[in-house]
Ligand binder design. Structure first.
Ligand SMILES: Cc1cc2nc3c(=O)[nH]c(=O)nc-3n(C[C@H](O)[C@H](O)[C@H](O)COP(=O)(O)OP(=O)(O)OC[C@H]3O[C@@H](n4cnc5c(N)ncnc54)[C@H](O)[C@@H]3O)c2cc1C
Length: 486
């Protein structure tokens, strides 16, 4: 049995941001994550937009943490080595009627102190493929890579001595005199404070200690990914006016850091939070809605699809919009609940982490660490280096000269670095999300066998234990023609 001062349940962007913030202090902190890596839930599958704060009512927590989080993004990106690009966004009005909605959004934004908002005539926007009546220009909206952001926060927290226990599900909680007994699939632990950052499972965690007074309504959002060839379709993000009945922002067209374009997300309230499939019907709907903004999108531009699951606290009947609930358990002091952290949760994460730290400081005296490492050293990708830089590295170590992923030009040295991550994540996905091997056009067809050999030869991982992305996604049953002793 191990004792901690703070135990965080969930290694999504929220749990990882809190872990990173707490790692500035002399504290024993642990993160329990049931997936094989951090960013296993909503934090991996979203739009990757750093929102500005024009969509939530000024008095809401969503607005407050979004605006604060947005301001923190650039310095976090510089220090932790994840990308952010301030491409800006246009919310478009197709007609005079929708123009009044743009005016409303602008006012909400101004009330939230969002700078630079401007309503432009349709002919004035810098988007030759978009025709509209008018647009609200939002210069402080940006894009990031959500999984790289989460990994960066978590790895920096781990480098500052936060313990991450992957593939460790919290199965029970019991209040004790001085804290909590935490039952997990990897044994029992004690902690003075428990932070419930379990995303869609937040209600399940509360119910381990008290009767929850809220419901969670999963709402699936599907996306289409367009080939990089079509990157020039837009310069900035293009949004329709929000869909009020669903409490969502509507199908938007978003450039990604990697040079693709996303169409989506849809919004479908469903019963099963695990049902993350993508459907043919929704693909058609997404294309249809996106073509109302850019008619020139061809069918063949679509190369892939994925979905993410929103954690909503309001049902479809209730209009789908509810504010975040960030508070101590109603009957359980010491349990800090983060409930309903849907969009703009990615943007809000750094500010939410500061708030939770403040809440924790009310019960534990926080002392800053002198040796806190605020920066995470992240080398340049081989594919982004000059030929000169590449040849210097190859001369030093020939693993830089062995290309493992042809599509994305990822080298053996980069795969080894990815597998050596401080969290101990060792799946094919954890390699993919750290160095892009397997993310290209062939989707791992070429590189998988090479990565498997590296895992086996240099990390001593038995093929039977190798996984694609989650604890139950084994890649192999065993070897063919294996010699048996009997
Ligand atoms: C379709 C969609 C689009 C979005 N777009 C944006 C956007 O563009 N910009 C933006 O700012 N926000 C966006 N969001 C919101 C953002 O993605 C979420 O707010 C954020 O990722 C929530 O993070 P989280 O850590 O709370 O949840 P998650 O990432 O889901 O993390 C929760 C973690 O807890 C783990 N867990 C659960 N139960 C247990 C247990 N019992 N034991 C151990 N571990 C457990 C899970 O495995 C999971 O990894 C979007 C969300 C969706 C779904």
């Amino acid at each position: 049995m191990k004792n901690f001062q703070v135990a965080i349940i969930g290694g999504g962007v929220i749990g990882s941001a809190i872990a990173r913030e707490l790692s500035k202090y002399k504290l024993d902190v642990v993160v329990f994550e049931m997936g094989s890596d951090v960013a296993s839930g909503a934090s991996k599958a979203n739009s990757g937009v750093v929102h500005s704060g024009i969509n939530s009512a000024p008095s809401s927590l969503k607005a407050r943490f979004c605006v604060e989080g947005n301001k923190m993004f650039q310095s976090l990106a510089d220090g932790l080595g994840f990308p952010v690009r301030w491409v800006g966004k246009c919310v478009i009005a197709k007609n005079e009627e929708e123009l009044s909605e743009l005016k409303r959004l602008k006012q909400v934004g101004m009330d939230n102190s969002v700078p630079g908002l401007e309503i432009k005539d349709g002919s004035e926007i810098n988007e030759s493929n978009v025709s509209c009546h008018a647009a609200l220009w939002v210069p402080t909206a940006g894009i990031t890579l959500p999984y790289e952001f989460t990994i960066a926060l978590a790895e920096n927290a781990a480098e500052n001595n936060v313990k991450f226990l992957l593939e460790t599900k919290v199965t029970g909680l019991k209040k004790q005199k001085n804290g909590f007994l935490i039952k997990t699939t990897k044994g029992d632990f004690n902690s003075e404070i428990v932070v419930n950052a379990a995303g869609l499972n937040c209600r399940e965690i509360v119910s381990m200690l008290e009767e929850p007074d809220f419901q969670v309504y999963p709402c699936r959002g599907e996306y289409l990914i367009l080939d990089k060839k079509y990157r020039s379709l837009v310069n900035s993000m293009i949004y329709p006016v929000p869909v009020k009945e669903l409490g969502v922002l509507g199908v938007h067209i978003t450039p990604t850091i990697e040079g693709n374009i996303l169409l989506g997300p849809s919004a479908e309230f469903i019963d099963d939070a695990e049902d993350k499939r993508t459907t043919k019907e929704m693909m058609k709907t997404l294309l249809k809605e996106a073509r109302e903004i850019i008619p020139a999108i061809p069918d063949k531009a679509v190369i892939n699809a994925y979905s993410g699951m929103r954690c909503k606290l309001a049902s479809l009947k209730e209009g789908g919009w509810a504010d975040y609930q960030i508070e101590e358990g109603k009957q359980t002091p010491g349990l800090i609940n983060l409930l309903g952290i849907e969009s703009p949760g990615l943007t809000a994460a750094p500010a939410i982490a500061k708030e939770v730290t403040k809440m924790i400081s009310q019960s534990i005296k926080l002392k800053t660490k002198n040796n806190f490492k605020s920066r995470r050293v992240k080398g340049k990708r081989f594919s982004e280096m000059t030929p000169q830089e590449q040849s210097i590295l190859i001369k030093k170590d020939d693993r830089w000269g062995r290309i493992v992923c042809r599509c994305e030009h990822v080298t053996e040295a980069e795969v080894i670095e990815a597998l050596s991550n401080p969290l101990g994540a060792r799946t094919l996905s954890s390699v993919k999300y750290r160095c892009r091997a397997g993310m290209g056009r062939c989707q791992g067809g070429f590189c998988t066998q090479h990565i498997v050999r590296i895992m086996e030869g240099q990390f001593n991982i038995d093929v039977k234990d190798m996984k694609l992305k989650s604890p139950d996604s084994n890649l192999f049953y065993g070897r063919t023609r294996e010699v048996k002793d009997d």
